[in-house]
Design a protein around this ligand. Structure first.
Ligand code: BDR
Ligand code: CA
Length: 316
């Protein structure tokens, strides 16, 4: 049996890639998925998750619906121009007969107790469910092994505002709560995710695969590739969520990843949603910072796209 991972996500095209990666990784036991608003509403994210799991032959994984809005304020709806109107690039996936359970917080807490001390939490959407779980069970940090979050930008620009990344700015109050909780947390930032991309030949390889899941992923990526022309000047897809999944699964090893103080800007000014990472030690090899529990991933050991593609297209 692989390592138990609870996934919290807003499925989502790159979330779907992450789910596919986790299903394909031999050392991972995906024990549950909770969904949250973000790329799409939490109920639709759960539907997408069930359908992706079914396409990948993982019908046994429990899926639970979580937060439909941030801790403070409301949610304005997902970015259809990035992930399509249904969250999965307007691809019609075969509908799984399963229905989600309720709620993501209950599922996470149950799994944390069942896999006491071993569970890894992987969060690739807004952090609302995790913040609520901390409120419901303040001892949660002592029950889990570690937390990996796709979110934030350290030195790189943001992708929603000049300084804020989507998962953090969608619920800065929750991110603040989660990033300041006493658990070992790894933040997989835009600094590294924007450096690892799928290109057109990679998408063609997915479309050519002999199984339905990689083919569906290749179809979904059409919309995502089109959106990223604006940032890259060509059709391609940065691997935000799958790279975070690989870090959680130890399929990618952080190289430059100092543990430093990180503050989330939860004010209402232009910095709202920024992850302010204290990287002032960068020229002296980031000496230890007592009390800093958040590792900020700035680079990984190897190009990630070939590894991802290999796992997604190989015949089991
Ligand atoms: C993150 O935001 C979402 O749109 C993606 O799925 C990813 O989790 C990237 O900023
Ligand atoms: Ca996501």
């Amino acid at each position: 049996m692989g390592h138990p991972i609870y996934l919290d996500c807003d499925t989502g095209i790159d979330d779907s890639l992450a789910i596919a990666y986790l299903m394909a990784h031999p050392d991972v036991d995906l024990v549950g998925v909770g969904t949250v608003f973000g790329n799409i509403d939490a109920h639709r994210a759960a539907r997408n998750t069930l359908d992706v799991l079914a396409l990948g032959g993982h019908d046994h994984v429990p899926v639970a619906v979580g937060a439909e809005k941030p801790l403070a304020g409301n949610w304005d709806g997902g970015p259809a121009h990035i992930h399509g109107a249904n969250g999965v690039g307007d691809v019609e996936l075969p509908r799984s007969p399963r229905e989600p359970e309720s709620t993501a917080v209950e599922l996470l807490l149950r799994l944390a107790r069942e896999h006491r001390g071993r569970l890894r939490i992987l969060a690739i959407g807004p952090l609302t469910n995790l913040a609520r779980a901390l409120d419901a069970e303040p001892d949660l940090p002592g029950l889990v092994e570690s937390v990996v979050v796709m979110g934030g930008a350290a030195k790189a620009p943001g992708n929603v505002t000049p300084v804020a990344e989507a998962n953090i700015v969608n619920d800065p109050e929750a991110a603040d709560r989660v990033l300041s909780a006493p658990w070992p947390l790894t933040l997989v930032t835009l600094d590294v995710t924007m450096e690892h991309v799928l290109e057109e030949p990679d998408r063609a390889a997915l479309l050519d695969a002999d199984r339905p899941l990689p083919r569906a992923l290749g179809q979904m990526l059409d919309v995502y590739f089109a959106f990223y022309v604006e940032s890259f000047g060509r059709r391609c897809a940065p691997l935000h969520d799958p790279l975070a999944a690989a870090v959680a699964a130890a399929g990618a090893t952080p190289v430059m990843a100092p543990a430093v103080p990180v503050v989330v800007d939860a004010t209402d000014g232009p910095g709202r949603g920024q992850t302010i990472c204290d990287l002032r030690g960068e020229r002296v090899g980031h000496p230890p910072r007592p009390g800093a529990r958040c590792r900020v991933v700035l680079s990984v050991d190897a190009p990630f796209a070939p590894h991802l593609l290999e796992l997604l297209t190989r015949t089991p």
